[in-house]
Ligand binder design. Structure first.
Ligand code: E4P
Length: 220
């Protein structure tokens, strides 16, 4: 399973990337709006920091506009994946951009039928939003499971990218289901590694080793 970071913050991306387990990054207009500086320059810098798929989202809502923005985004760096919302115009734009060999991440997916149409239009990734469904008392992970089950029957060249993940259990569930990719904010990524028993265990090992060193020194 590939791990993507869901942020446009370069400090966070550099810190996480230094661990060697980050495969890509997803951004969106809201995430870029939190940063200072030119959004395109930030996107390019992210592409130079993580050598994997980096999603940059279009803001046009008509197919022609999306295609133009998508071509421009894809021209910024070879790692850029064009993120397009799952609406009628988005499907049209996806068909055209995919036909040109550009990778599209179809975003804002909240139903299995949206994912099916996105894959048929040629999207390389579909992004079901788990947390936002949980927020409205609907089991977001069930959507991920449904999409995986449907895609298993066919031969789409489309990966399931579980998005809008809010806590490590979302990541565990996505992995158990066999999601191709998970994307998460830095706060969730950091929690994947942390365990108090690891810290307690390490402290005990090191304390005991200090005792051994002290005994050796006393004997010398
Ligand atoms: C995915 O690509 C989106 O950027 C993201 O996961 C949305 O997450 P949110 O619901 O926490 O904003």
């Amino acid at each position: 399973m590939k791990i993507f970071l869901d942020t446009a913050n370069l400090d966070e991306i550099r810190e996480a990337a230094s661990l060697g387990v980050v495969d890509g990054v997803t951004t969106n207009p809201s995430l870029l709006a939190r940063e200072t500086g030119d959004p395109e320059a930030i996107l390019v810098e992210i592409c130079k920091t993580v050598n994997g798929p980096i999603s940059g989202e279009v803001v046009a809502t008509d197919a022609e506009g999306m295609i133009g923005e998508g071509r421009h985004l894809a021209s910024l760096h070879e790692n850029v994946v064009v993120k397009i919302p799952c609406i009628e115009e988005g499907l049209k734009a996806t068909r055209v951009l995919a036909g040109e060999g550009k990778r599209v991440n179809m975003t804002l997916i909240f139903s299995p039928t949206q994912a099916l149409l996105a894959a048929k239009a040629g999207a390389r990734y579909v992004s079901p939003f788990v947390g936002r469904l949980d927020d409205v008392a609907t089991q977001g992970m069930e959507l991920v499971a449904d999409i995986i089950q449907i895609f298993d029957h066919y031969d789409f060249d489309c990966e399931v990218l579980a998005a809008s993940l809010r806590h490590p259990l979302h990541v565990v569930e996505a992995a158990r289901m066999g999601a191709d990719i998970v994307t998460m904010p830095m706060s969730v990524f950091q929690k994947l590694l942390k365990h108090p028993l690891t810290d307690i265990g390490l402290k005990r090992f090191l304390d005991d080793w200090e005792k051994v060193k002290a005994q050796m020194a006393a004997r010398a």
